[in-house]
Design a protein around this ligand. Structure first.
Ligand SMILES: Cc1cc2nc3c(=O)[nH]c(=O)nc-3n(C[C@H](O)[C@H](O)[C@H](O)COP(=O)(O)O)c2cc1C
Length: 503
């Protein structure tokens, strides 16, 4: 018998045997009147602290409604307590009663005894080998669940559900500061059925009091841009949504989130750090909350924290890969490996969120052509996020010199730069970047934009560098761009890009 056949027989038989033994143990030797599914539900609640329904449903990988039916029964039987959290009456938590804890301990003891007896004849080396081999097989099966789709037919970008909203075309425009994505670009994208994003990186840079009163100037301008974009798309049929992008690394995060909600932002996208406090800031708002991550680990951490602290899951997740523009979510030394692992990471994040109800995955970084979109979809993306391609459009808010810098640049002009933010960035290798390579450029006036930046030690002032570029001085400013910016060869209309990518 060959190894594949033998292994298949072992796996199938092992699975059936464990299941039968568990059922028998629960039926014959347990003092509790529970089914095996009920015991597994109790184990997922666990003997520790009370959990939210979202946490338990995510760990069991079942829907909240299925879990509710199961919990109703377990409450009736006396194994689970369900209560409202006194500090937030809207939040319901569940915990095990003493009977419930006893049932879980009894089940755990059964499992340990079963495994202990099964491996009692093995020596330590054999045990280690067995653990390693089974671990590998387990990993393989996890990834198999989310294998890329093999299809000869072109894949279609389907409308995306985002909470109760529907986005007709799942193309998200990435938020781009400073001054690159404001009301005109975001409205043009939403008019085509996508999600238009206004960047909350110094949106007030054109306000007369920006240098003396930056926070107020930013809030005033931000709210005006959001309202303008919403007004612009108001009567459009089949429109998408207007959102904002806010970096966790920036100061005044809470004030900017509050201001964006007040002006009617429909989506809040937040990255450059983990937006763990975001749901708490958006408690009474219908805005959709979307974290940006660069790994499955970060996605898992956000999902876990939001479920535990706020009883909610993200409305969608953006995975931004290492080919993106602006600041990158990877250390410089990780970039090459992350580039090679881009599609594998899509699979891993998809596996992480697969069983959450309604949490689409949007993939960005280096998406420029229809082929790029097709490949991301084949690996499980529900939508794409695009920054660079939208810069060279008629509607993009940035200075024309900035757009032309993209059109004029070659592949070798696009480099990774060091930033005072503490993450690497991608930009055009112009006179400014060459100056930074020779030594630090002293910060003349610090407006305290980034939490981690120390102006005395900073290689240059990031805000001033980006402001110069936003004002059109593209040689003495920092021109952020994605890895594919050299592919831009003309100024396009946003609707033509939509047609090309979706046709
Ligand atoms: C000029 C420029 C500015 C950007 N600024 C921001 C920003 O302020 N915050 C942010 O989260 N992402 C920023 N990004 C990243 C984009 O939102 C986008 O997700 C990313 O660039 C997608 O990759 P692509 O440009 O290859 O399409 C910026 C990108 C560019 C090109």
């Amino acid at each position: 018998m060959n190894a594949t056949k033998k292994l298949n027989e072992i796996l199938v038989s092992l699975f059936n045997s464990v299941l039968k033994m568990e059922e028998k143990a629960v039926k014959d030797s347990s003092k509790h009147n529970l089914s095996i599914t009920e015991v597994h539900t109790l184990s997922a609640i666990g003997a520790g602290k009370a959990k939210t329904m979202t946490q338990v449903s995510a760990s069991l990988k079942i829907s909240i409604s299925t879990l509710t039916v199961a919990i109703n029964r377990l409450v009736k039987k006396g194994y689970v307590n369900r209560f409202r959290v006194p500090e937030d009456r809207r939040m319901v938590k569940i915990e095990l009663t003493e009977e419930g804890i006893d049932a879980v301990h009894e089940h755990e003891a059964f499992h340990l005894k079963m495994v202990d007896e099964a491996i009692s004849e093995l020596n330590e080396t054999e045990k280690e080998l067995l653990i390693q081999s089974l671990d590998n097989i387990n990993e393989f099966f996890k990834m198999q669940k989310v294998k890329p789709i093999k299809s000869d037919k072109p894949l279609k970008l389907k409308p995306m559900k985002l909470g109760e909203s529907e986005i007709p075309v799942p193309i998200w425009q990435g938020g781009m500061g400073i001054g690159v994505s404001l009301s005109k670009l975001s409205a043009a994208v939403a008019k085509c059925g996508g999600v238009g994003i206004i960047s909350i990186s110094q949106p007030g840079f054109l306000e007369p009091d920006f240098y003396t009163n930056p926070v107020e100037a930013n809030i005033r301008a931000l709210q005006r841009y959001i309202r303008e974009a919403l007004r612009e798309v108001k009567d459009v049929v089949n429109k998408g949504l207007i959102g904002v992008n806010i970096m966790c690394a920036g100061r005044h995060y809470n004030e900017y989130v509050k201001a964006a909600l007040e002006a009617g932002a429909q989506v809040i996208v937040s990255g450059a750090g983990l937006p763990t406090s975001l749901p708490g800031l958006c408690k009474n708002s219908k805005a959709k909350l979307v974290p940006i991550v660069s790994s499955a680990r970060a996605a898992a951490l956000i999902i876990k924290t939001w479920a535990k602290k706020y009883n909610r899951v993200p409305d969608a997740i953006v995975f931004e890969g290492p080919e993106a523009g602006g600041h990158l979510g990877f250390k410089e030394e990780q970039l090459e490996m992350a580039q090679g692992d881009f599609y594998k990471t899509i699979l891993e994040i998809k596996a992480e969120i697969k069983d959450l109800q309604n949490c689409p995955l949007i993939v960005g970084g280096g998406i420029f052509t229809k082929e790029d979109v097709q490949k991301a979809l084949a690996y499980g993306a529900d939508g794409v996020q695009i920054g660079t391609r939208f810069v060279t459009t008629e509607e993009c808010d940035v200075h024309p010199n900035f757009k032309n810098a993209y059109i004029d640049c070659k592949k070798e002009d696009i480099v990774i730069i060091k930033s005072p933010v503490g993450m690497p960035g991608r930009a055009i290798h112009n006179a400014f970047v060459k100056r930074t390579e020779k030594g630090n450029i002293p910060v003349e006036k610090c407006n305290s934009c980034i939490i981690s930046c120390k102006s005395e030690e900073a290689p240059y002032c990031i805000t001033q560098a980006l402001l110069n570029a936003a004002h059109g001085d593209v040689e003495n400013g920092l021109v952020f761009c994605g890895s594919k910016a050299y592919k831009a060869n003309k100024i396009e209309k946003v609707c033509d890009i939509f047609k090309e990518l979706t046709s």
